[in-house]
Design a protein around this ligand. Structure first.
Ligand SMILES: NC(=O)c1ccc[n+]([C@@H]2O[C@H](COP(=O)([O-])OP(=O)(O)OC[C@H]3O[C@@H](n4cnc5c(N)ncnc54)[C@H](O)[C@@H]3O)[C@@H](O)[C@H]2O)c1
Length: 435
């Protein structure tokens, strides 16, 4: 089966590399010349653990190819995955320009019966719009599928190779059997392929992200309340997470969710709902709570340091989560803007996202080569991303380097009592008033 993946961002690249890994001939097509040119030389545009090995191996073995010739890639395909971006429009809805543009091209350039798979996260009804756009030019029969992607950046290869489940919306037996065959190598341990109708598959992706975002905002608000009433959110988290009806995942409070998916998908679902005259009150609040949470770290810093004007602040962690260099909607960006607006100076460190941060913020902040370099002359340290290397630092060195021993920890990495005993003025999320 010849596979073409259109769009080689986080999703397209992972999908293409993993389908090639199981033996399929795959062409990844993208309009970004520089990206394709780099990928052809095994230079990845993103940081994703393990992905470089997959790309290099499958490219060298001739199963994976990168091209800017989207038309040619479509003409060669039996199955086309659409994995282009669906950024938020001004009103919060998903911008489908790229998806529908690709659909037009598919209609024009398909050269045989085709299975067309929407991998991008798209609102209910999009597969029907794609089908209409393809139909305008199509000379061959085609079969629509909605196959939402649930990979997590930072663990994308594992998530794709060993998914919890695969959700596939189909309308024809042909599409069902092609997709079952394609995914068979990934579900050998008995994880389910859940076939359903297309609108339900499209909705499943939004419902999953909205549920996860809701858990985060819920726990952030519980954590904020814990601070007020003298409870410790770590205990509360364990106390509720052991309830099998609740489960322990996604209960960690923090500086607010970011990334390319939760913020945009929550907005798009809220927008879809309001267009249907069915306001989603819970999700509207989830978004508001998240926006407020992103301002908690600068507020905590002000509580500890007072006026931030003229202060120098070290920031550890810039990416929206560990093991990625993705900065989209990262909490660090809100914190940094707050600090700069207050007249503070910022020196930042991140193991992999410095390049991307420099591209966004340029010389508005300073960049340190190591986490400890960032502390030189700083009045306080703020931790935004829970990279492993920040988990067990040399506390004596931190204390000796900072001008004042102030640490604001947005990820609850350290023990509050230990930090107090070491003489730090330490604030975290939901674990009582700073010592
Ligand atoms: N990033 C994630 O973790 C994740 C997870 C699940 C689902 N998704 C969804 O998958 C989709 C893609 O996300 P992403 O993060 O990979 O996006 P991305 O922005 O990283 O990549 C999109 C790619 O599509 C290319 N592109 C745009 N228009 C094109 C066209 N007409 N022809 C060929 N290529 C074109 C762009 O050049 C870019 O390389 C989105 O809908 C997103 O919501 C993302």
């Amino acid at each position: 089966m010849n596979i073409t993946v259109i769009g080689t961002g986080y999703v397209g690249l992972v999908v293409g590399a993993c389908l090639a890994e199981t033996g399929n001939p795959v062409i990844c097509a993208d309009v970004d010349d520089a990206k394709v040119e780099g990928l052809a030389r095994n230079v990845l545009p993103i940081y994703e653990p393990g992905l470089d090995d997959y790309v290099e191996r499958n490219q060298s073995q001739g199963r994976l190819r990168f091209t800017t010739d989207v038309a040619g890639a479509i003409a060669a395909a039996d199955v086309v995955f659409i994995a282009v971006g669906t950024p938020p429009d001004e009103d919060g809805s998903a911008d489908l320009r790229h998806v529908l543009g690709v659909a037009e091209q598919i209609g024009r350039h398909m050269s045989r019966e085709l299975v067309i798979v929407t991998k991008s996260t798209v609102p209910v009804g999009t597969a029907a719009k794609v089908a209409a756009a393809v139909s305008r030019h199509a000379r061959f029969p085609f079969h629509m599928c909605s196959n939402p992607e649930f990979l997590k950046e930072g663990a994308a290869i594992d998530d794709f190779m060993k998914p919890d489940r695969v959700v596939i919306g189909v309308e024809t037996d042909h599409a069902r059997s092609v997709m079952a065959e394609l995914y068979a190598p990934f579900v050998r341990t008995g994880k389910p392929i859940i076939f359903m109708d297309i609108p339900s598959a499209e909705m499943t992706k939004y419902a999953a992200n909205a549920m996860l975002a809701t858990r985060i905002s819920f726990m952030n608000e519980i954590a904020n309340l814990c601070e007020r009433v003298g409870a410790d959110v770590d205990n509360v988290r364990k106390g509720i997470g052991t309830d099998t009806r609740i489960g322990s995942a996604f209960l960690f409070p923090g500086p607010g969710y970011g990334g390319s998916c939760f913020p945009k998908d929550v907005k798009a679902l809220v927008r879809t709902a309001s267009e249907c005259g069915m306001p989603l009150r819970v999700l509207t609040s989830v978004e508001q709570a998240n926006d407020a949470q992103k301002r908690r770290l600068s507020a905590k810093l002000r509580d500890l340091l007072g006026d931030l004007s003229g202060r120098r602040i070290a920031v550890w962690g810039l990416a929206f989560k560990p093991n990625t260099d993705d900065m989209r909607e990262a909490a660090s960006l809100v914190l940094i803007e707050d600090l700069l607006a207050a007249g503070a100076e910022v020196v930042a460190h991140d193991p992999v996202a410095m390049h991307e941060t420099k591209r966004r913020l340029g010389d508005r902040i300073g960049y340190a080569n190591t986490s400890y370099d960032a502390l030189d002359g700083a009045d306080a340290l703020v931790i935004v991303t829970d990279w492993n290397e920040y988990r067990h630092p040399d506390f004596a060195r931190i204390k000796a380097t900072l001008k004042t021993p102030v640490v604001v920890d947005g990820r609850n990495l350290y023990d509050t009592r230990k930090m107090a005993s070491l003489g730090f003025r330490y604030a975290s999320i939901g674990r009582g008033v700073p010592a």
